[in-house]
Design a protein around this ligand. Structure first.
Ligand code: TTP
Ligand code: MG
Length: 366
């Protein structure tokens, strides 16, 4: 049985701002562009979150929700520097570390002899060192695999530590809302709810064939995760080469106009991923992927440097659609990334390029 730790700093950008300007502590704080621009928030501290202020909402809306909100522009170099310091602490506990973004990483501590071999004690020590040495708060999840470790780090956020021991997995997942499964966004969650599935326990009981009718190939992966099973290793060597998001539709889409309607939601998701991993500086191209009803697919790419807009993807979709003009079962958008010169935590990468679970080696469970 493996011992996996997932760490995620609390309101990271805002916490770094507070660290360097302690007078901000205790006050509602948002990091993002000015309220009179079209900017969105990168994050907000927990005081601001009480007002409904959170990442990705427009700054203008944030100040309407919380008139006393202090808005600070992001200082990315500072965040990268702090992220490196956290990474240096993590390095003391494992050499199998997979950074997911500037503020998140997995550690495999299965073979560690530190802290009497207790992953939970290692988690406590990491928390305490990040607090005392860096004046930052980090939440820690400990579990037998990556899926559960990530859920666990979020379970007691902020400043939490939560362990899901192997013997607790069965009971834990039974009550876990399906929304907690990564890759289950609003669309999939709604599909599942329609089938009467609210928790992983419900998902476990649903016959696979029925699930496949609704969700296609993803059904197998979701079913495995609903039992708390996830064999993905902690990957240390990868560098992300692309960031993409995609959606498989319950009913195939027949017209370009309908496909275009799906772009904004995908674009928002994609932009969030790109920002979170600080990938825009490495963007070299954008792409649109269409999978047709007969499972054939086409991908159209275009060179792009900088920050693409919704229109860029809409135009690309139009060109891709023109190739066949036939109904599609899946639409994806993404960006191709250049290799980084020196791998920082943000530019090292995820095991799976896509959010889609279908790329995971879950078949190995069967
Ligand atoms: P998160 O870990 O998602 O958020 P957080 O650390 O601010 O808050 P918490 O973990 O306590 O819930 O993202 C880490 C940083 O990435 C965040 O501080 C700012 C940045 N980010 C964006 O720039 N845009 C976004 O949409 C998101 C979600 C994060
Ligand atoms: Mg965080």
């Amino acid at each position: 049985m493996r011992k996996i730790i997932h760490v995620d700093l609390d309101c990271f950008y805002a916490a770094v701002e507070e660290k360097y300007n302690p007078s901000l502590r205790g006050k509602p704080l948002g990091v993002g562009g000015p309220a009179d621009s079209r900017s969105v928030l990168c994050t907000a501290n927990y005081e601001a979150r009480k007002f409904g202020v959170r990442a990705a909402i427009p700054s203008s809306r944030a100040v309407r929700l919380c008139p006393d909100l202090i808005l600070i522009p992001p200082h990315f170099d500072l965040y990268k520097a702090e992220s490196k310091k956290v990474r240096a602490i993590l390095n003391d506990y494992s050499d199998q570390i997979e950074p997911l973004s500037l503020d998140e990483a997995y550690l495999d501590v299965t073979n560690s002899k530190l802290c009497s071999g207790s992953a939970t004690l290692i988690g406590h020590e990491i928390k305490s060192r990040v607090k005392h040495e860096l004046d930052l708060s980090i939440s820690v999840g400990v579990a037998p695999n990556k899926f559960l470790a990530k859920v666990a780090s979020d379970w007691r956020k902020p400043n939490g530590l939560f362990t899901i021991a192997p013997r607790q997995v069965d009971d834990f997942v039974k009550q876990l809302p399906v929304e907690k499964i990564f890759g289950v966004g609003k669309v999939t969650a709604t599909q599942l709810h329609r089938l009467g599935i609210k928790t992983c326990g419900d998902l476990q009981l649903m016959p696979l064939a029925k699930l496949q009718q609704q969700l296609g190939s993803r059904a197998i992966d979701l079913k495995e995760l609903s039992f708390g099973r996830d064999l993905r290793p902690v990957e240390t060597q990868w560098e992300r080469k692309s960031v993409s998001v995609e959606e498989t539709f319950a009913i195939d889409i027949k017209t370009l106009a309908f496909a275009q309607k799906k772009i904004p939601e995908l674009f928002t998701d994609w932009q969030e991923r790109m920002m979170k991993g600080d990938y825009f500086s490495r963007l070299k191209g954008i792409q649109v992927k269409l999978k047709y009803s007969n499972f054939e697919q086409t991908t159209l790419e275009q060179s792009f440097v900088g920050k693409p807009t919704l229109d860029n993807f809409s135009e690309l979709l139009e060109k891709a659609w023109a190739r066949r003009q036939s109904s599609i079962r899946l639409l994806g958008i993404g960006g191709k990334l250049k290799c980084s010169q020196n791998s920082t935590p943000s530019t090292k990468s995820l095991n799976n390029d896509h959010l889609q679970l279908s790329l995971l080696p879950l078949q190995a469970f069967l």
